[in-house]
Design a binder for this molecule. Structure first.
Ligand code: ZN
Length: 336
């Protein structure tokens, strides 16, 4: 297989625990633990049986985002994540996503400094690993106000020439009820008009609510890609809508198992077979390799082992990742 492509990985889940440990100490962040192995349990999904639900995962993100809440920490995190992905997995197309407003200590740090620090990390990694096409996605949040989310999109557009390649929405539903994705339409349209890619976290969990949300996202937001979208599997209506809109799903099998979004490997296999049979396009990702204790090659191996995808289908999913990336060739440095 050629170089691998990974399009769905969160900065908060992509940095090795030892680096986060050092960053926490360098910044004097008060941690609830004093021992490194306890820290590792704090910042990763350490129990192989996973977490109880997405709220429990958010508790882990709370710590990694807090530790990444400074320009220097963001720069080092982006740099480490890109270099690590290339060195250990041979990933040559990589998109890293993060919410800058969850890294500015409630407005105490300047947002542009945080974003520019991420771009510096990207630039440093590009110098060291010119084989890698990498880009950054800025995330809006379902718990944020429309004003906050529109600031994030404005920043994404402003810094697009420097390596911000897309926008996303993630985070828990504000009060457990269905999230109204239509409120994001003005931001999504603005981002699209500016040439940014659009990917939306939806249809990861939530049963019928999650399925309704997928339908709404496909119809109203028309994103290029969807993060997860696994609840569409088995629904002829949703799968044909995805196929017709040519939306690429970013599927993260181990993450879905750890959060109980998919109950077991049989469910993973059924999900993939549904999408293959219905002609829905997808690519494979980890959601955050360090936090999930998995890497892209492990994901491919899992899918191979459980008979979810054969060799050709795995290669196709990887090719799709390179193709569906928001990183344009123009972003690469001129080679002289
Ligand atoms: Zn995700």
């Amino acid at each position: 297989m050629e170089g691998l492509a990974e399009l769905h990985t969160h900065l908060g889940g992509s940095v090795a625990s030892d680096i986060l440990w050092s960053l926490a100490h360098e910044q004097g962040i008060a941690l609830p633990v004093k021992d490194y192995s306890e820290f590792e349990r704090l910042v990763t999904v350490s129990d192989p049986r996973g977490v109880a639900n997405l709220d429990a995962l958010d508790q882990i993100y709370h710590w990694t985002e807090l530790i990444q809440s400074s320009p220097i920490a963001v720069e080092r995190s982006v740099h480490a994540a890109i270099g690590g992905a290339y060195r250990s997995q041979g990933i040559t197309t990589l998109e890293l996503r993060f919410n800058p407003m969850k890294r500015n200590r409630g407005g105490e740090r300047d947002l542009d400094h945080i974003i520019l620090a991420a771009i510096r990390g990207l630039d440093r990694a590009s110098l060291e690993y010119p084989q890698v096409r990498a880009g950054l996605i800025l995330m809006m949040d379902r718990t944020f106000s429309a004003e906050q989310n529109s600031v994030i999109v404005e920043k994404a557009i402003g810094w697009a020439p420097r390596g911000i390649v897309g926008v996303d929405i993630a985070g828990p539903r504000p009060d457990g009820t269905r999230y109204d994705y239509r409120q994001a339409l003005p931001m999504v349209e603005e981002a699209r008009a500016a040439g940014l890619g659009v990917t939306i976290h939806v249809g990861e969990e939530g049963g019928d609510i999650g399925r309704d949300e997928i339908g709404e996202v496909v119809e109203v937001l028309r994103p290029d890609r969807i993060g997860h979208g696994i609840l569409a599997a088995g629904s002829d209506e949703l799968m044909s809508a995805l196929r017709e809109a040519e939306i690429v799903l970013e599927i993260c099998p181990t993450s879905n198992l750890l959060t109980k979004a998919l109950r077991d490997e049989d469910a993973v296999r059924e999900t993939f077979r549904s999408f293959v049979d219905a002609g829905v396009a997808f690519t494979i990702a980890t959601d955050g390799p360090e936090m999930m204790h998995t890497h892209l090659r492990d994901e491919l191996e899992l899918l191979r082992r459980i008979g979810a995808l054969d060799e050709d289908e795995l290669a196709e999913a990887n090719r799709r990742g390179h193709e569906a990336s928001f990183v344009r060739a123009g972003r690469l440095m001129p080679r002289v």
